[in-house]
Design a binder for this molecule. Structure first.
Ligand code: CMP
Length: 134
Protein backbone atom coordinates (compact mmCIF):
# COMPACT_ATOMS: atom_id res chain seq x y z
CA UNK A 1 0.00 0.00 0.00
CA UNK A 2 1.15 3.50 -0.81
CA UNK A 3 0.07 6.92 0.46
CA UNK A 4 -0.06 10.28 -1.28
CA UNK A 5 -1.03 13.82 -0.32
CA UNK A 6 -4.08 15.47 -1.85
CA UNK A 7 -5.16 19.09 -1.44
CA UNK A 8 -8.54 20.30 -2.62
CA UNK A 9 -7.59 23.90 -3.39
CA UNK A 10 -9.47 27.14 -2.50
CA UNK A 11 -11.13 27.46 -5.93
CA UNK A 12 -12.70 23.99 -5.71
CA UNK A 13 -13.77 24.47 -2.07
CA UNK A 14 -15.35 27.88 -2.92
CA UNK A 15 -17.11 26.34 -5.92
CA UNK A 16 -18.62 23.58 -3.74
CA UNK A 17 -16.78 20.68 -5.44
CA UNK A 18 -15.36 19.02 -2.31
CA UNK A 19 -17.92 16.17 -2.13
CA UNK A 20 -17.87 15.53 -5.88
CA UNK A 21 -14.07 15.33 -5.86
CA UNK A 22 -14.10 12.93 -2.91
CA UNK A 23 -16.73 10.72 -4.59
CA UNK A 24 -14.39 10.42 -7.60
CA UNK A 25 -11.41 9.66 -5.35
CA UNK A 26 -13.31 6.91 -3.53
CA UNK A 27 -14.78 5.39 -6.68
CA UNK A 28 -11.28 5.25 -8.19
CA UNK A 29 -10.43 2.78 -5.39
CA UNK A 30 -8.40 5.14 -3.18
CA UNK A 31 -9.16 5.42 0.53
CA UNK A 32 -9.16 8.79 2.34
CA UNK A 33 -7.32 7.94 5.56
CA UNK A 34 -6.87 11.50 6.89
CA UNK A 35 -8.79 14.66 6.04
CA UNK A 36 -8.83 18.20 7.40
CA UNK A 37 -10.57 21.33 6.14
CA UNK A 38 -8.46 24.28 7.17
CA UNK A 39 -6.61 27.44 6.17
CA UNK A 40 -2.88 26.92 5.52
CA UNK A 41 -0.48 29.38 7.11
CA UNK A 42 1.91 31.27 4.85
CA UNK A 43 4.81 29.49 6.55
CA UNK A 44 3.43 26.04 5.74
CA UNK A 45 2.54 27.09 2.19
CA UNK A 46 6.02 28.49 1.44
CA UNK A 47 7.65 25.34 2.82
CA UNK A 48 5.21 23.03 1.02
CA UNK A 49 5.87 24.68 -2.36
CA UNK A 50 9.58 25.44 -1.79
CA UNK A 51 10.72 23.51 -4.88
CA UNK A 52 8.97 26.29 -6.86
CA UNK A 53 10.62 29.13 -4.88
CA UNK A 54 12.68 30.33 -7.84
CA UNK A 55 9.74 30.31 -10.28
CA UNK A 56 8.13 33.59 -11.34
CA UNK A 57 4.72 32.35 -10.17
CA UNK A 58 5.86 31.37 -6.64
CA UNK A 59 4.31 34.32 -4.79
CA UNK A 60 1.05 33.93 -6.70
CA UNK A 61 1.04 30.21 -5.87
CA UNK A 62 1.51 30.84 -2.14
CA UNK A 63 -1.01 33.71 -2.04
CA UNK A 64 -3.60 31.55 -3.77
CA UNK A 65 -3.24 28.44 -1.59
CA UNK A 66 -3.66 30.54 1.60
CA UNK A 67 -6.49 32.65 0.14
CA UNK A 68 -9.30 30.34 1.29
CA UNK A 69 -10.08 27.05 2.96
CA UNK A 70 -8.46 23.92 1.57
CA UNK A 71 -9.08 20.24 2.29
CA UNK A 72 -5.82 18.42 3.06
CA UNK A 73 -6.05 14.65 2.74
CA UNK A 74 -3.87 11.56 2.84
CA UNK A 75 -4.97 8.94 0.29
CA UNK A 76 -4.02 5.30 0.47
CA UNK A 77 -4.12 2.55 -2.14
CA UNK A 78 -2.19 0.41 -4.60
CA UNK A 79 0.16 2.74 -6.52
CA UNK A 80 -1.71 5.64 -4.89
CA UNK A 81 0.70 8.32 -6.21
CA UNK A 82 0.38 7.33 -9.87
CA UNK A 83 -3.27 6.42 -9.57
CA UNK A 84 -4.24 9.77 -8.01
CA UNK A 85 -2.12 11.72 -10.53
CA UNK A 86 -3.93 10.04 -13.36
CA UNK A 87 -7.30 10.80 -11.71
CA UNK A 88 -6.26 14.50 -11.40
CA UNK A 89 -5.21 14.90 -15.04
CA UNK A 90 -2.70 17.38 -16.46
CA UNK A 91 -1.69 20.39 -14.32
CA UNK A 92 -3.18 22.75 -16.89
CA UNK A 93 -6.93 22.02 -17.19
CA UNK A 94 -6.79 22.97 -20.89
CA UNK A 95 -4.60 19.89 -21.37
CA UNK A 96 -6.39 17.57 -18.91
CA UNK A 97 -8.05 14.44 -20.23
CA UNK A 98 -11.86 14.06 -20.23
CA UNK A 99 -13.25 12.82 -16.92
CA UNK A 100 -10.23 13.90 -14.84
CA UNK A 101 -10.66 16.09 -11.76
CA UNK A 102 -8.94 19.06 -13.38
CA UNK A 103 -10.94 18.76 -16.58
CA UNK A 104 -14.16 18.62 -14.56
CA UNK A 105 -13.46 21.08 -11.76
CA UNK A 106 -10.44 23.35 -12.47
CA UNK A 107 -10.66 26.96 -13.63
CA UNK A 108 -7.11 27.61 -14.83
CA UNK A 109 -3.45 26.61 -14.43
CA UNK A 110 -3.17 28.41 -11.09
CA UNK A 111 -6.74 27.67 -9.92
CA UNK A 112 -6.47 24.00 -10.82
CA UNK A 113 -8.74 22.50 -8.13
CA UNK A 114 -6.42 19.85 -6.70
CA UNK A 115 -2.83 19.05 -5.81
CA UNK A 116 -1.24 15.61 -5.64
CA UNK A 117 2.28 14.44 -4.78
CA UNK A 118 4.38 13.73 -7.88
CA UNK A 119 6.79 11.08 -6.49
CA UNK A 120 7.32 8.92 -3.43
CA UNK A 121 9.90 11.44 -2.12
CA UNK A 122 7.40 14.30 -2.51
CA UNK A 123 4.63 12.25 -0.90
CA UNK A 124 6.79 11.52 2.16
CA UNK A 125 7.88 15.17 2.43
CA UNK A 126 4.39 16.61 1.89
CA UNK A 127 2.70 14.19 4.32
CA UNK A 128 5.34 15.04 6.96
CA UNK A 129 4.71 18.80 6.50
CA UNK A 130 0.94 18.37 6.77
CA UNK A 131 1.02 15.85 9.61
CA UNK A 132 0.96 18.63 12.20
CA UNK A 133 -2.36 20.01 10.92
CA UNK A 134 -4.36 16.76 11.18
P1 CMP B 1 0.28 21.92 -8.08
O1 CMP B 1 0.05 20.49 -8.43
O2 CMP B 1 -0.32 22.41 -6.80
O3 CMP B 1 1.85 22.20 -8.02
C1 CMP B 1 2.41 23.47 -8.25
C2 CMP B 1 1.39 24.43 -8.81
O4 CMP B 1 1.92 25.54 -9.47
C3 CMP B 1 0.58 23.73 -9.89
O5 CMP B 1 -0.29 22.80 -9.28
C4 CMP B 1 -0.10 24.91 -10.57
O6 CMP B 1 -1.32 25.27 -9.95
C5 CMP B 1 0.91 26.02 -10.34
N1 CMP B 1 1.55 26.47 -11.58
C6 CMP B 1 2.32 25.73 -12.38
N2 CMP B 1 2.78 26.48 -13.41
C7 CMP B 1 2.25 27.72 -13.24
C8 CMP B 1 2.34 28.92 -13.98
N3 CMP B 1 3.07 29.02 -15.10
N4 CMP B 1 1.67 30.00 -13.50
C9 CMP B 1 0.94 29.91 -12.36
N5 CMP B 1 0.82 28.77 -11.62
C10 CMP B 1 1.47 27.69 -12.07
Amino acid sequence: METTLCIIKPDAVKNGFEDKINEKIISSGLKIIKTKKTFLTEEIARNFYKEHASKPFFNELVEFIISGEVVVQVLEGESAIKSYRSLMGATNPDEAEEGTLRKLFAESLSKNAVHGSDSSESAAREIAIMDKIF
